[in-house]
Design a protein around this ligand. Structure first.
Ligand code: PLP
Ligand code: TYF
Length: 394
């Protein structure tokens, strides 16, 4: 029977990761996959995570099943982290998922269960996994304009115009912060304008927040999400702990579904548990437990926040260094947008042949759409990248 299988397209980001590994040049630079790396090129386990794991090893006396929606303590802690006090806790249904990807997948399935004809509006461009999962689930996708190639910022007028064509029964997928792959983000008044369109159209927002704490700070990065969640009757939020806790392989995420009354909340809660059961039964627990321990313990939480802030500031500094170096070498401000972007990524705005030239001629690996992971740089490689960018004629 398996001869009937058709080859599926590879994940381009993961393929690039393999290409990088296979490149023998010692001077190669990896700006591909979205994993934080310190200036030494390592992705260490965060201090608070190590401490919580140590404590867990000492105190955990069972690994029996928890519950289909995971540990309610994890839901509470993450709802608090993402939403603060923006939404009444009684209106939020939540289920732990395998990573933020799992949360997105379960969210899309929830939408499809509610309305099989729902269209999902996605930014052009968006994270490729959004598109591949939606296509796999047979859901309709509508692109909305997002990135302005000329300015390196958000094409806000285009975005709003396109979102106005959404209708009640449609879903609008938004990146909570640190847009992947562009690095261009909305400011708070732009978020407010998006809220106005959502209210006018009746479309339901779904927010994917995978980089809280990587942009302007933990609270700042959640501001758009909180504004939306507190302004519309229904909202889905897919949150990931992979990046901000550095627990990528533990698969830790949460799907939240906000509604207007306790009955609706109960139906959402039961449906989230049902969907978990159909797809994988109980969600992974280890990462969720570690996150809960960190968020509930004042000392661990303080240390985690401090380390996360160091990570954020390191990336911000690298952005500024790269923008400054390009300004110096090119004598123009055309790369200034790099310093305005936030999070791990920036879209350079280079054609695929230039991206390829960076790889073949300079051993610099970025995704084909010219997305680069800023955290792949350090003080030594910033000038090398800047020179290479100009060398290949970008
Ligand atoms: N959403 C976006 C936009 C992402 O970039 C990521 C990336 O890692 C995720 C969700 C989910 O990641 P994970 O499934 O590793 O938590
Ligand atoms: O966009 C990225 O690089 C991260 C990591 O299939 C990632 O979100 C990349 C590809 C993938 C899953 C995660």
């Amino acid at each position: 029977m398996f001869e009937n299988l058709k080859a599926q397209p590879a994940d381009k980001i993961l393929a690039l990761m393999q290409m990088y590994k296979n490149d023998p040049r010692p001077s190669k630079i990896d700006l591909g996959v979205g994993v934080y790396k310190n200036p030494q090129g390592l992705t260490p386990v965060m201090r608070a995570v190590k401490a919580a794991e140590q404590e867990l090893w000492k105190t955990q006396d069972t690994k029996t099943y928890v519950g289909l929606a995971g540990d309610p303590g994890f839901s509470d802690a993450l709802i608090d982290l993402v939403l603060g006090d923006a939404v009444d806790r009684d209106l939020v249904a939540a289920a732990a998922t395998p990573g933020g990807t799992g949360a997105c997948r379960q969210a899309f399935e929830l939408v499809r269960m509610a309305d099989k004809d729902a269209r999902v509006f996605v930014s052009d461009p968006t994270w490729p996994n959004h598109l591949s999962i939606l296509s796999y689930l047979g859901m309709q996708v509508v692109n909305y304009r997002y990135f302005d190639d000329e300015t390196g910022g958000v094409d806000f007028d285009g975005m709003i115009e396109d979102l106005k064509s959404a209708k009640s029964g449609d879903v609008v997928l938004l990146h909570g912060c640190c847009h992947n792959p562009t690095g261009a983000n909305l400011n708070l008044s732009e978020w407010q304008a998006v809220v106005d369109v959502l209210r006018d159209t009746g479309a339901v927002p779904m927010i994917d927040i995978a980089y809280q704490g990587f942009g302007d700070g933990l609270e700042e990065d959640a501001a758009g999400t909180r504004l939306v969640a507190s302004s519309v009757p229904e909202c889905l939020i897919a949150a990931s702990c992979s990046k901000n806790f550095g627990i990528y392989r533990e698969r830790t995420g949460l799907l939240m579904a906000i509604s207007q009354d306790p009955d609706a909340r109960k139906l959402n809660q039961d449906t989230l548990a049902f969907l978990n059961r159909q797809n994988f039964s109980f969600p992974p627990d280890h990462g969720a437990r570690v996150v809960t321990m960190i968020l509930q313990d004042e000392a661990l939480r303080t240390d985690w926040k401090a380390e996360l802030e160091d990570v954020r500031l390191t990336m911000l500094d690298l952005r500024q260094q790269l923008a400054d170096e390009l300004q110096k070498l090119s004598g123009s401000d055309r790369f200034g947008f790099l310093a305005q972007h936030r999070g791990m990524f920036s879209r350079l705005g280079a054609a695929p042949d230039k991206v390829e030239a960076l790889r073949t001629e300079h051993g610099i690996y970025m995704v084909g759409d010219s997305r680069m992971n800023i955290a792949g740089l350090n003080g030594e490689t910033v000038p090398i990248l800047a020179k290479a960018i100009l060398d290949v004629g970008i």
